[in-house]
Design a protein around this ligand. Structure first.
Ligand code: PSU
Ligand code: MN
Length: 307
């Protein structure tokens, strides 16, 4: 038995789907506990699970629950993670052994969701946005562990690009160095979360879920270690005005600096401030893009199962 097994708890219906080669889509829990306010976080988490089911795949929300990497959280567990919010520690790679050893809970980021998904044998994971190289990282060295995870763990991450709280250009440079293919779904431009435009090109454009699945399958078959980033632009109808969102991001960044917030608290602080400053418009956009991404996730997972 693999030595990680005692720390991993895969829900029986998720395990059954994996054993039968049916499509499964992993989902993260930091977005629930730290990324959105209650009760919209719980509503959204349950809605995205439904969407995945409607599109013929099995959702598996991942979190650390009482010291176990739980793959396929129950409705009760999702409600618990959403209600406790910031009281649930944000669990990145470095936190994982501590939380598991102590039997504690943790909200999994993109990094730890990839780790648990990979251990369980899930290859497709959909979320909102990933962490990246922060603006000013040449001084602060604030680079999200998500990028290192993409370099080493064999999971495709479907997201709406990264927010301009990050330095998108440097994030793409970093991913290039680490050998992570960055694909644009029906676009050649890297989307910037709230907007479809960032001014940066992706490496490769793909136009169908099958194409994306083939690239992932090929990377796995060749043992080319690491993930694939599939960026999916927010639907035009929900995209925000570039200047408006950028002004608010600037304001949030300024406050973050003034308050001396650092480390793992930076991203949740910025997400929350932007939501407050935009009066909830960014939350609405966030929910829409997550729904859009999980739908694509279900399609890619189905395509991958068919190969
Ligand atoms: N970006 C978002 N929403 C999020 C996150 C990032 O637009 O919820 C979360 C994800 O869980 C991501 C984490 O993995 O923040 C990155 O945190 P950090 O920048 O501290 O690495
Ligand atoms: Mn950081």
């Amino acid at each position: 038995m693999e030595s990680f097994r005692p720390y991993l708890s895969v829900a029986p219906h998720v395990q059954a789907a994996l054993d039968a080669g049916r499509p499964v889509v992993a989902l993260e829990s930091t977005i629930i506990s730290h990324g959105m306010p209650y009760p919209r976080n719980v509503e959204t988490a349950l809605r995205v699970e439904d969407l995945i089911r409607q599109h013929g795949a099995v959702p598996a929300t991942i979190a650390v629950i009482q010291g176990k990497m739980t793959v396929g959280c129950t409705r009760e567990q999702i409600e618990y993670l959403g209600k406790r919010g910031l009281k649930v520690p944000k669990a990145s790679r470095r936190d994982l052994p501590v939380l598991l050893a102590r039997g504690e809970d943790g909200a999994t980021t993109v990094t730890t969701t990839m780790i648990a998904a990979s251990m369980a044998g899930i290859r497709v994971f959909a979320t909102g946005g990933i962490g990246g190289v922060h603006r000013g990282a040449e001084v602060t060295m604030d680079i999200s562990a998500d990028l290192e995870e993409l370099a080493m763990t064999d999971v495709m991450v479907i997201c709406a690009g990264c927010k301009s709280i990050l330095d998108i250009g440097l994030t793409l440079e970093y991913l290039e160095t680490k050998g992570v293919p960055v694909l644009g779904y029906q676009t050649s431009e890297m989307p910037a979360f709230y907007t479809t435009h960032s001014g940066f090109q992706v490496d490769w454009r793909v136009d169908t879920p099958l194409e994306a699945a083939r690239i992932l399958r090929t990377k796995l078959d060749c043992g080319l270690k690491g993930g694939v980033l599939l960026t999916n632009p927010i639907p035009e109808a929900y995209a925000m005005d570039l200047d408006y969102i950028n002004e608010n991001i600037q304001q949030a960044l300024k406050e973050c600096d003034e308050k001396g917030i650092h480390g793992k608290a930076i991203t949740p602080f910025l997400l929350d401030r932007i939501q407050q400053l935009t009066g909830g418009a960014s939350l609405e956009a966030n929910i829409q893009l997550v729904c859009h991404n999980v739908t694509l996730g279900a399609e890619v997972a189905k395509a991958l199962s068919s190969l």
